[in-house]
Each structure stands twice: as C-alpha cells, then as structure tokens.
Design a protein around this ligand. Structure first.
Ligand SMILES: [Fe+2]
Length: 357
C-alpha cells in the first residue's frame, strides 16, 4: 500500500484572533519516523511554532524522548538538569519523573493511582496566585483565572534553553471554561478552555515594537537571574526555599532576539520573571530590577494581548510540540481537586546557545 505524504494544516484562528502560528500534522507514525518525515516535522515547527498531533494516546515515553532529542541530537538531559533537586526546587511539587525515561516528566492535577511505573501519586497544577500580587477571591477561583506566568522552558543558568518542548495530554478534564482576567489594569479578558496552555509568538512580539524599540532589542543583551529559574525568587512566594550557591561562570547572557534556524526570522525571547540585568551599548548595565521589569513589560505587553494569544483546547491524545525559542507560553486555569489532569512533558537542555541577530 502506498504511504501518503504527511500533511501540515495551519490552525484556523478563531474569530477576532490575529494569531499567525500553529499547525496540525497528520500522517506520521511517531513511533517510526523516517528522516524525510522528521524534516517535515522540523520545518513545520520552525515555520508554525506550535504543532499538534492528534490521537497520540499510545506514544511511549521513549518515542516522545526520541522525537524531542531528534531536534538536538547532542542534547541528553532534562531542561532543568539531570535530576530536579527535590528539596530545593519549586518545580518539585509540580512534576514527577517517569522512572524508566528520566527526561520525561509527568505534570497535571489530582490523584493518580498508577501510571508508567509510578503508583498513588498526587499532582498539583500550578496556581496563578503564586505569581500574582492581586488574588482572584477563592469563591470566584473556578470562574475566573489568569496567566500563571509567561515563560520559556529553561533553567537559564548553566544550561542552554531547550530547542523544543513536547507535551502529551493523557487525561484531560473537560466541560468547563473560564474567563481569563489580565491583571495590569487594562481590563482585557479572554474566554479560555479549562487548563489551556497559552502561547504567544516572539516574532509577532518583535514586529509590534516601534522602530526605536526594535533597534534596542536588536543590539542589547540581557542576563537572567544567576540561578536556575526554578529557584528565582518570586514576589509573592513566601515559601521560597534557600537557593543553591551561585557560580559566576554558570551565569548566562543572551541576546534579546533569537534567530529562527529555518526561516532566519527574529523572535523576542526574554523570560520576563527571570531577567535580572540589561547591558546597554555604552557598556553600562541596568540592574535595578524594578526598572528592568518595567522595560521588559513595555516590550512584551503588546504581544500578549488576547488577539495574539493561542489558547490550545486540549483533548486527550494531543501531542503538542512547541518552538521553545520562538514562543512564550503560560499555564492557565484552576482545577477542582477531583479534576484529574495528566500530561507528559519533555524538553532537553540544548547543546548550543540561541543565536542572535
Ligand atoms: Fe513551561
């Protein structure tokens, strides 16, 4: 029987949306990917940034890891390092490691009896109240939500940001929607599916800047906080564990714009809660954190308005690959304890740093 070539369909933006990224791929067996098929997947990822494969319930953790690694064959460790430091990392309560495939993590919400060799474990969906000064009152928690925090999947300390993240939806509670409230006084809102993952394009974020701002981000490097971003102190998190000692040679400095390896387009890629310093062209450094955050907020805010946000409506079996060097993303939503959600996530600390303009 002749094998039909795979198809790549751009996602149709919902009415009112101006998103120009996202695609669905059909016709590839992800347990047996030929070189030609992988080229199709890679080109789709770097042209569309978020690619969706439907009905992948059966993909093994090994195949998920191998697909992730194929984007960067020299990479091998999870994006936050070989093992998560269980006592100290704030990521710890949010994820469990697949015992037979340690680069693949289990994330989600609620109590799970058995999965991939793990028994009787509790998952906790990160809640936006951890990162927001003004809380949504508890009695409105299931109706209203916020972006948890916009980010790149990356340690940003010692390790290079992963090229790609793969996310498989194993169990998805359905049926509710929530109203997402922007918390910056803009009054903007979005209607979102429960537990959506929200994506924005770094290329669009760059295009929306004024010519002067574009010149600024083209020429100015920045330094994330000198620790794994999993340890970065956050404004309202009073249970922050002590950070490990900082080693100066592990501190990273990145360009603000990262070049797409396939299209050459430039993407504004700054981890907004991890950025610590901005290095100006005259050699001076802005390290007043309030000022740094003010600058980054002004650069990034236009690109996260509702019309530029892709809120993926998860169905069980969805495998989503995203270009971690071309989008920012955020967890969204608040689940009830009995709403069990189970996802598998994989990304690998990259073998090379991002390339600037
Ligand atoms: Fe993430």
């Amino acid at each position: 029987m002749a094998v039909l070539p795979p198809t790549v369909h751009p996602i149709q933006p919902p009415s009112g949306s101006q998103i120009d990224f996202g695609a669905q791929i059909e016709g590839i067996d992800l347990e047996n990917i030929s070189d030609e098929q992988f080229t199709t997947i890679r080109n789709a990822l770097y042209n569309h940034h978020v690619v969706v494969f439907k009905n992948q319930q059966k993909i093994s953790p090994k195949a998920q890891y191998e697909l992730t690694k194929r984007f960067d064959p020299a990479a091998d460790n999870y994006g936050h390092g070989k093992t998560i430091d269980a006592k100290r990392s704030i990521l710890h309560p949010d994820l469990k490691t697949v015992p037979h495939q340690p680069q693949v993590q289990i994330i989600g919400n609620g109590f799970v009896e058995s999965y991939e060799g793990l028994e009787n474990f509790q998952l906790r969906h990160p809640h936006h109240r951890t990162f927001h000064k003004d809380r949504i009152p508890d009695d409105k928690d299931y109706d209203y939500t916020r972006f948890y925090r916009w980010h790149i999947d990356a340690a940003l300390y010692d390790l290079n940001p992963p090229q790609v993240t793969t996310l498989l939806a194993v169990r998805v509670p359905k049926g509710r929607r929530q109203t997402l409230l922007y918390d910056d006084g803009s009054g903007e809102t979005m209607d979102v599916p429960l537990g959506t993952t929200a994506f924005v394009s770094g290329e669009r974020m760059y295009e929306l800047l004024s010519p002067a701002e574009q010149e600024f981000v083209r020429t100015i490097p920045h330094t994330p906080a000198p620790q794994d971003s999993a340890y970065t102190p956050k404004a309202s998190n009073s249970q922050q564990p002590p950070s490990p000692p900082i080693e100066a040679n592990k501190i990273k400095t990145f360009p603000m714009l990262w070049k797409n390896p396939v299209t050459g387009k430039l993407s504004l890629q700054i981890h907004p809660s991890a950025i610590r310093k901005i290095h100006l062209a005259d050699g001076s450094v802005i390290d007043d954190l309030e000022r740094v955050r003010e600058i980054v907020y002004k650069l990034q805010r236009p690109g996260i308005s509702p019309q530029y946000v892709y809120a993926h409506d998860w169905e069980e079996g969805d495998l989503v690959l995203f270009n971690n060097r071309g989008v920012l993303h955020s967890v969204v939503g608040a689940f009830k304890p009995e709403e069990v959600r189970l996802f598998r996530q994989c990304n690998l600390a990259a073998s090379e740093p991002p390339v600037g303009p």
